[in-house]
Design a protein around this ligand. Sequence first.
Ligand code: SF4
Ligand code: SF4
Length: 205
Amino acid sequence: MVQLQYNFMDVNNQAGEKGLKLAGEKGIPVVIMEGLLGGRLSKAPDNVQALYDAFPVKRTAVEWAFRWLCNHPEVAVVLSGCNEPEQIEENLRIFDTVEPGVMDENELKLIENVRAAYLDRTKIGCTGCKYCMPCPNDVNIPGIFSVWNNVSLYCTDPAKDWGLKRIKENGNGADKCVGCGACEAACPQHLQIIEQLKSAWEELG
Ligand code: SF4
Ligand code: SF4
């Protein structure tokens, strides 16, 4: 078997959809982890919830995420972390009603729109290429931008973000930036890194 991180926001992350399809072609059962992206897909932000609410069939964000996973014939098992007995009950109910190919065209379109709505919340188009690194003052530029995007996409609390905590503990924060401009000259996306770092650091507290 193979175990993959997979969810409707992670189709191109790590092995992604390509890895899922390859495993399927080789007859290798796939076990899915991070199906709810560490719980982040279980609470939809307003613009995503509006799409779920407008769909004729009402389902929770959790149900949509699991339903989408189980729609894939390659998926053998979906791992799901639960904190409360109610979540186990909800999972049992959901997994009783899903199977490969269960989603129709409109449902698949909904998830496409949901993905786009999440991505609309992106703060900065940093690809994480790291061409700007290393910063002479040890600022973790792609790390800060990644946290900034994730906090915005999934409406999470920056104070609980382990990535941000690590950046602060290691002294790689944007407060170290002296504005030398070396990173901006190297960025293939032509991002205004200095200004954006300031905004990110301010918003992330
Ligand atoms: S401008 Fe700031 S972040 Fe960019 S390389 Fe210089 S010190 Fe590092
Ligand atoms: S070079 Fe630009 S796109 Fe690449 S990691 Fe740095 S800021 Fe992001």
